[in-house]
Design a protein around this ligand. Structure first.
Ligand code: WTA
Length: 594
């Protein structure tokens, strides 16, 4: 490692290729082994062996080359959970292009911002995708997102939903390209530090940040953590429910399992569609051994009742995992008992888009430790993780503080795309040369870590990461909204839900139809995951003397709690006014808007 704080570079001078390490290395020993057992929402099924995947990746690499893509170019991928998503990512990696996958639930506006920031030369998408039995028209979203972008040379369209589409001069069909593509594509020998991908994620300010990951360090982190955490064996059938549009899907679907030549199930649709038994049916059908999902999904399954999972054969399971948000101890126990039948360890993995791979987790493939329901246990080898106070001093055991990582690690982000200064200020300015993730935590007297949620203005809605600033500017972009404040409040299933407080512009009056119009607007500018659970119109937002919105106060009000410390508020009248407005609106607008 070269540590030029706060920039870490791994295996400098070494050369490799991610697609080679994931595919070529298995061709002698595992060519006929299934790499992907794919299941579509509408029960379509496909099996791709390691050889099939290798052939497809080689051909698509050549297809990209034929479109003029070369080393260092950015390629935006906006695809649903189909094998072609993994094929496209590995084809980029093979020729040294940097992929930037955008979750297919994001709107044209969110997508446009990301395409503009990365200056992607090529966009890869599908005509449509299936979600809860309906077709989502992805190609139309792309057409809107790239309007006027001359730097976009081509759009490649996979015919997934087989719906009619309008072809523009820049458009190419996936199948046509593949038909004329050569079979073999030599992988580029890339520097270990070569940027493998950009993945946009939400922070506390403005637009999403482009987290940039490298190759050698990142893959080392994935290879080792996949082995230690999931204790992967050649006979395993692994199933991670994360969408590749988020980091879990990058690290532990698209790359980690393939580095190990593992067999995995990939599923396209909603986890409870068409019935709440869908996941258990999949586990039974493919004899899944290793299941990795989110606390939100588990809370939902738990609500459906034990009878559903109990009527399926889940005996193939040997290891369970969770990621993305804190898991409530009672949900952990339910997972352990009802799904794992008290024989499967649960790996609660704490990490972030920025960390590349897991940082805190039990490691069944490496050691035996006693699990504690709700704790992500301890750091992976080599990491110095601590809980500190404002000044950076470690707090005594059982005391709440900020989680920090005190040394660099292989999967650490290289930087933020095109913005080294922001990278320094977001992660490395609170404490000198110490990485600040933005989470609250407690370390108990046995050295186990307990995660207590975000310490900043980042929300985790059903495990999806969204920034309040991003949501607020989304609301303000509606013609009627003058000011907006967003906060998250605890939600029984989603962990957290969005509550918005809006001040209307002169000439607009709060009505039910305006409320619906604003909700549709935010869904359109960000995506359906940004749908608020409640929206209140207020005449004024509570602010501190320095003009900062008192989110904590809004949060207490939205939760119906008494107001906490308001001493920093401008004046008593402001508190009274907002509280009165809130009480009044609570009466008239208390209906859940979902
Ligand atoms: C939260 C997801 C508690 C945390 C991989 C972190 C968790 C944020 C856990 C990163 C966990 C992730 N227990 N909280 N096991 N895993 N988080 O970038 O707040 O989407 O900072 O990465 O998710 O979210 P991101």
């Amino acid at each position: 490692m070269q540590w030029d704080a706060p920039f870490a570079r791994w295996f400098v001078g070494g050369k490799l290729n991610a697609s080679f390490n994931a595919l070529d290395i298995h061709q002698k020993t595992k060519a006929t082994k299934p790499a992907i057992l794919w299941e579509g929402e509408n029960e379509e099924r496909r099996v791709l062996t390691y050889h099939d995947l290798w052939v497809q990746v080689n051909k698509f690499s050549n297809a990209l080359k034929s479109l003029g893509v070369s080393k260092g170019d950015r390629v935006t991928i906006y695809l649903p959970m189909v094998p072609e998503l993994i094929i496209a990512m590995h084809a980029c990696a093979r020729i040294g292009a940097t992929h930037t996958v955008v979750f297919s639930g994001f709107s044209a506006k969110s997508l446009r911002d990301r395409i503009e920031d990365s200056k992607s030369k090529i966009i890869i998408t599908a005509d449509g995708s299936f979600r809860r039995g309906t077709v989502v028209k992805l190609k139309e979203v792309i057409d809107e997102a790239i309007l006027g972008f001359d730097f976009v040379h081509h759009v490649v369209i996979l015919e997934r939903a087989k719906i009619p589409i309008t072809m523009n001069p820049k458009d190419k069909k996936w199948n046509d390209l593949m038909m004329s593509a050569q079979e073999n594509c030599e992988p580029e020998k890339l520097e270990s530090t070569h940027p493998l991908y950009i993945l946009y994620t939400s922070g506390t300010t403005g637009k999403p940040k482009g987290v940039l990951h490298g190759t050698g360090g990142y893959l080392t982190h994935l290879y080792s953590t996949f082995k230690w955490i999931f204790d992967i064996k050649d006979s395993d059938v692994y199933f991670c429910t994360a969408d590749i549009g988020w980091v879990t899907g990058h690290s532990y679907v698209a790359y980690g399992p393939l580095l190990h030549g593992a067999t995995q199930v990939m599923y396209e649709g909603a986890p409870d569609y068409p019935t709440p038994a869908r996941m258990w049916e999949i586990i039974q059908r493919y004899k899944i051994t290793t299941f990795y999902t989110t606390p939100t999904a588990l809370r939902m399954f738990m609500k459906f009742g034990d009878g559903i999972p109990n009527s399926y054969d889940l005996s193939s399971l040997r290891l369970l995992g969770t990621v993305g948000e804190p898991i409530n101890p009672e949900v952990w126990r339910w997972y352990f008992k009802i799904i794992g039948k008290e024989k499967c360890p649960i790996v609660d993995t704490w990490w972030q888009t920025e960390t590349g791979g897991a940082i805190l987790s039990p490691l069944p493939g490496l050691e035996t430790i006693t699990l504690k329901p709700g704790s992500a246990t301890r750091p992976i080898p080599g990491l110095d993780v601590a809980v500190v106070d404002e000044s950076g001093k470690e707090v005594p055991p059982e005391t709440k503080g900020y989680l920090v990582i005190r040394n660099p690690w292989p999967g650490m982000l290289l930087t933020l795309w095109g913005d080294d200064e922001k990278y320094k200020s977001v992660y490395w300015s609170k404490y000198k040369n110490i990485y600040y993730p933005g989470d609250y935590a407690i370390k108990d007297k046995d050295g186990y870590f307990w995660l207590l949620g975000r310490a900043d203005d980042v929300l985790k809605i059903a495990g999806h990461r969204l920034g309040t600033a991003e949501l607020e500017s989304g609301f303000v972009s509606h013609k009627s909204v003058a000011e907006a404040a967003v906060c998250g409040i605890p939600h029984e299933v989603k962990g957290e839900s969005i509550i918005a407080f809006l001040v209307l512009r002169e000439g607009f009056t709060p009505t039910e139809s305006l409320k619906n119009e604003i909700i549709n607007h935010i869904r359109k500018v960000i995506g359906p995951i940004a749908t608020p659970d409640n929206l209140y119109f207020v005449s004024k937002l509570p602010k501190t003397r320095s003009g900062k919105i008192m989110r904590r106060l809004l949060k207490s009000m939205a939760k119906g709690e008494a107001i906490g410390d308001v001493s920093t508020l401008e004046n008593e009248a402001a508190v009274n006014e907002v509280q009165a407005a809130f009480e009044e609106l609570k009466l008239s607008l208390s209906k859940n808007l979902k």
